[in-house]
Ligand binder design. Sequence first.
Ligand code: NAD
Length: 316
Amino acid sequence: MSDRKELNIVGLIGTGMVGTTFAYALMQQGVANELVLIDADARRAEGEMMDLNHGLPFVKPMRIIAGDYSDLADADVVVICAGIGQRPGQTRLELLKTNAGIIQDIVPKITAVNQDAILVVASNPVDILTQIAAQIVGLESGRVLGSGTTLDTARLRYMLGLHYGVDSRSIHAYIVGEHGDSELPLWSLANVAGIRLADFVGANGQGYDQAALDRIFEQTRTAAYEIIQRKKATYYAIGLGLLSIVEAVLRDQHTVMTVSSPLSGQYGIKDIAISMPTIVGRQGVEEVLNLPLSESELAAFQKSAQTLKERLDELS
Ligand code: NAD
């Protein structure tokens, strides 16, 4: 058992499209020694385990098993991708109730065997489910975080990279707030190499154009709808986003990411999980950064938090 403590062990609950895409990315990165797959549909988890294991000769060795909650006892990180999507005729509140019920079922089963693992929630609505999971684990622990606007920030940076002819990794721009309709871009702080977007001219001669930036944000905000219309679900980019979060935890990287976590008074917000640039490391949430937002950004961020709180209240 003591040897197992030396290993990097990752649990995955929900081996659907998002979960298995994350698993496929994880096995190629060589960052985990063991991956435990759990799904309500045990045969699906088993099939995914077999398929992934057959790829191991092409990547770095690791152990991939289909298990149950007792196999999470030594897990360092548990990623939760279990949930249902909206069915025809189902209201948003019914969907929220179903997925909240799934989180309320899963999280106590994890904490019964493991009180140290960092929990990463990807299931939607991610901010509300993160808050519910954190209330079960302990709000102050920092051990529960949601993927939040990690994906939205990646979408924004990708599109800004295209717009300016610059590698998206060199663009420092963030989407904060709800992972959903009330999210917002922090344009006042967006920069390339410390040059604010208002003053930046890209490799292609592209300079400041607020109308173009507004269009890019709109495309970011509606990207999931556009993809779901075409291919029913999104999973590649979120799979890689989850990999980045898990890597930041396992390697104690202190990476700044727009994950969702319960705020405790920062920006005048508490009792709800929401995304802001956050330092992510071995303890999960190491610090939610205190950014000098413009007045209108702060107001929109607080409004986004209020929207989330109202949805959380609908549950009780
Ligand atoms: P999916 O239907 O392909 O997979 C969901 C899996 O969860 C299924 O295998 C199902 O059997 C399993 N499951 C359901 N209830 C369970 C339970 N109680 N215990 C264990 N497993 C259970 O769905 P998907 O496309 O993989 O999406 C999963 C979730 O991720 C959805 O809620 C989706 O909205 C969300 N998502 C989030 C983001 C993000 O940015 N956070 C992006 C895309 C999708």
